[in-house]
Write a protein that binds this ligand. Structure first.
Ligand code: DX5
Ligand code: ZN
Length: 220
């Protein structure tokens, strides 16, 4: 299944509810929610109170991307706030296996995120505990960056590993996904596409609709 995951990091929070309804109507299935702690990444974004307040507005799957040091401290908080899936960075966890188990114990889907320079080998012993692998296609921390071309080979390699293992784990990509780059990540094997600046700002319905139409082509 090919899924568009608009990232509210780039949204105008003055009309967040309206924009969420717009992307839902355009066919997006996930809402990507970037939580930044000012430690793992330089910026600070938002946390549980924002998630709680938008939870009643939509049935979209809340895809929470924790760019937070030692995220194990917060798994139950984010599950309680309304997350449907929680993704943690392998680089931010001392005990990745344990944190993934915590995510499942909290009753939500688990994801492991890797920065562009982190090798796929860190996943070797956790494939059975991850429902999704998030490959960062930019260095995390900011919206509006350009996709790093070397990450395309990494997506291809991960899809080959998953196929060899007979796993249908989702591959999500995040950073620099736009109308002119989305086909390259889909061709490489990604099936969940985060898009922040390519969706929010301006004609949200039109931009989300265009990306959704491309995903639809792959579904066929
Ligand atoms: C970056 C965040 C992304 C960000 C993507 O660190 O994890 O989810 O919102 O923004 P764009 O799509 O503008 O590159
Ligand atoms: Zn993200």
């Amino acid at each position: 299944m090919y899924i568009l995951a608009p990232s509210i990091l780039s949204a105008d929070f003055r009309h967040l509810e309206e924009d969420i309804r717009t992307v839902e109507a355009a066919g997006a299935r996930y809402l990507h929610i970037d939580v930044m702690d000012g430690m793992f990444v330089p910026s600070i974004s938002f946390g549980q109170p924002v998630i709680e307040s938008i939870r009643p507005c939509t049935k979209l799957f809340f895809d929470v991307h924790l760019m937070v040091q030692n995220p194990g401290r917060y798994i139950s908080d984010f599950a309680r706030a309304g997350a449907d899936g929680i993704t943690v960075h392998a680089e931010a966890c001392t005990h990745l296996d344990r944190v993934l188990a915590q995510i499942h114990e909290a009753g939500v889907r688990s994801g492991v995120a890797l920065n562009p320079a982190t090798p796929l080998s860190v996943l070797d012993y956790v494939y059975d505990k991850a429902d999704m692998i998030l490959l960062m296609t930019v260095n995390p921390g900011f919206g509006g960056q350009q996709l790093i071309p070397a990450t395309l080979g990494k997506i291809r390699e991960l899809r080959e590993i998953l196929n060899r293992k007979g796993l249908r784990t989702d591959i999500e990509v995040d950073g620099g996904i736009k109308e002119h780059t989305i086909r390259s990540v889909l061709d490489a094997g990604a099936n969940v596409c985060v898009a922040g600046s390519a969706v929010f700002g301006g004609d949200v319905a039109g931009k989300a609709g265009q990306l959704q139409a491309i995903l639809q082509e792959y579904e066929a």
